[in-house]
Write a protein that binds this ligand. Structure first.
Ligand code: NIG
Ligand code: FE
Length: 385
């Protein structure tokens, strides 16, 4: 096992309050020692133990790798024309999903692998070290199972989203599609999936359909997540809490009752600033959630329709500027918050024993990620084996 010392860290965010100040567990003039898998030691630079190799952080900031807990990375085609139309006033209604389904169904597996790998490279270059990937752009048994297989080549956090929308061939038979998702599609996809997700919203699935799908998914051994309250107060949040889903994502429209329910639950509210940006929606109120004690995660939602975003720094900048999060809260939400949304204790922090997923920035403070939007501030990404 080769050990590596990262020395001369100007500002170290550990997200471990036992190691440093605040929930960020912040240290200055710090150092850390890692091996190929794990963090071994964190402390003052002056007390750093010897290691086989060393990396000089040159007084720059170091943070845990970002945990992007919500992406739709496997798809073909793009929909920039819809983005342009939205910027001139056309609302988003989920209708464009069918276009991506059409292009994804006819794409070769190699083409899907190539474009997924490229998007993952972009995420990594921006400091993402853990990524969740959903299916949802095939919406038939063989197609969904192909997307799940491709996703699992890139991540262990794979989510079955057969319940994205009802595909064109089933519009006159919604019940038939819900049965397909709960039956043979789930059976084909469950072996390589960890999670199941449902788009519970206007134009997608209602609460009863969503509950039925999630119930079958749980019986098949999957853990649950929900796309909810993106387009209205549609009951997705309450359903996610009722089902003890790990996370309910979007939360653009929240009632006081939704916020109270989230605060009293184990369900993380995952906010997707890129989607609100790209659909010209009002930004979800992160501060209201935080003030009432709900756990908040931030993710890219990388997808061709509502958020073709691979930059967590961009997500942080919006969260801070427009969702009014304090920078440290936003950074926590994009790291440890994402880990919580994936029910993972080994990532999103840099305490001893955590996975050695470490990002060295080209900036003296992590806050530069939001302060200098658009600048390439990630100098080095260290990924645990
Ligand atoms: O998370 N809202 C549902 N699903 C995706 C968008 C899908 C699309 O428009 O292609 C989302 O925003
Ligand atoms: Fe999404």
């Amino acid at each position: 096992m080769t050990t590596r010392l990262i020395k001369n860290i100007g500002e170290l965010t550990t997200n471990d309050p036992t190691l440093g100040a605040g929930t960020a567990g912040r240290l200055h003039d710090a150092a850390m020692v890692i091996d190929e898998d794990r963090v071994l030691w964190v402390g003052p630079n002056a007390q750093a133990p010897a290691a086989d190799e060393s990396i000089d952080a040159q007084d720059c900031a170091v943070i845990p790798g970002f945990v992007d807990s919500h992406t739709h990375l496997v798809f073909a085609g793009e929909r920039s024309d819809e983005f342009e139309a939205r910027m001139s006033g056309t609302p988003y209604d989920g209708g464009g999903i069918a276009r991506t389904v059409a292009s994804t169904r006819v794409a070769s597996s190699d083409e899907l692998r190539r474009s997924t790998a490229q998007r993952l490279r972009e995420l990594r270059a921006g400091g993402v070290t853990t990524v969740e990937i959903k299916s949802g752009y095939a919406l038939n048994v063989d197609g969904e199972s192909r997307l799940i297989d491709i996703a699992s080549e890139f991540s262990d956090e794979v989510t079955f989203l057969g319940a994205h929308v009802v595909p064109e061939e089933y519009v006159k038979d919604r019940e038939g599609y819900v049965s397909l998702v709960r039956g043979s599609m789930l059976q084909a996809c469950a072996p390589h999936s960890k999670w199941a997700d449902v788009f519970c919203d206007h134009g997608a699935f209602d609460v009863d359909e969503s509950r039925a799908i999630l119930t079958s998914a749980r019986a098949a051994g999957l853990q649950l997540r929900v796309h909810g309250n993106q387009l209205g107060r549609t009951g997705g949040v309450a359903l996610a809490v009722e089902m003890d889903a790990a996370s309910v994502d979007h939360c653009t429209f929240l009632s006081d009752d939704d916020v109270d329910q989230l605060s009293a639950s184990n369900t993380v509210a995952t906010l997707l600033p890129g989607a609100d940006f790209s659909t010209r929606a009002d930004y979800s109120s992160a501060r209201r959630l935080r003030d009432r004690g709900a756990v908040v995660a931030l993710a890219t939602d990388c997808n061709p329709g509502t958020s073709y975003v691979t930059s967590m720094a961009f997500v942080l900048a919006i969260a801070v500027r427009d969702m009014r999060m304090d920078f440290d809260d936003a950074l926590w939400s994009a790291t440890r918050g994402g880990a919580t949304a994936l029910r993972r204790g080994d990532v999103g922090h840099l305490g001893p024993g955590a996975r050695a997923d470490v990002v060295i920035l080209d900036a003296p403070r992590a806050a530069h990620l939001a302060y200098r939007p658009g600048a390439p501030l990630v100098r080095q990404v260290i990924l645990a084996r």
